[in-house]
Ligand binder design. Sequence first.
Ligand code: SAM
Length: 262
Amino acid sequence: MQPRLRVSLLAPFPDLAAQALDYGVTGRALGNGLWRWRGFGLHDHADDPRRSIDARPAAGGPGMVLAAAPLDRALAAARHWHGAAPHVVLLSPDGAPLTQARVREFSDRRDLAFVAGRYEGVDQRWVDANVDAIVSLGDYVLSGGELAAAVVVDACVRLLPGALGDADSALSESFADAQTARLDWPQYALADASAPLPPELTQGDHAAVHRWRLKEALRRTWCRRPDLLARAALSSVERSLVDEIALEFKASHGQPRSDAAG
Ligand code: SAM
């Protein structure tokens, strides 16, 4: 079977990501041939006896910078492995924050080459010449991009057709709907009898279950991520559920939420 996605990682320690991806959905999909993976360790592409991949920053200052030459050789090897020009994605805290929309865009491609930095980051001339997209996992700093790359690859692989045991899971989960961008509804295990279930989930009324789930997903979004609802294109049913949620909040707290989205 032809893999749907080929992913390479250029990094000082690519095995860090390989190990993380060897489990669960991503590991199973790899075993099933849905996607292929190859790490290109930068030390293997150094050309000095010490296998050095870094250099001191121009004009001085703290730390070291990943040098261009090993990255050039690793990228040439990765292009050869892909057999086509991959979309080159650098992991960096100065990139655009990763979103599910971006993940969907990446997972629609066939060839992705991720570049993970270490130290103070990657030589800017190399970035300017070779990188198509720069992605950040959030406003914090990791010591290396390998685990960040594993996160992005995990999110991409689970969207590949056939990767999830039940394809419907991906339709209802958080951020799945690009228009609404709502969070998932609360999940309850049928087997766990430690406390009663919400009655709507126990009566076998599919319409009631659907309404309850939609409302609780909107309630969770309204409470925890009002920024998502503020820019969502809600249907009239969703809008009236949000109005109900706001009224319920006011009734139980004696006042509207001060930053209420609607
Ligand atoms: N000097 C950089 C700065 O202040 O923005 C931090 C470099 S960091 C110590 C080393 C590498 O970790 C980066 O080149 C990048 O690949 C990775 N990294 C760190 N934080 C990250 C984040 N939030 N998202 C994605 N990658 C990150």
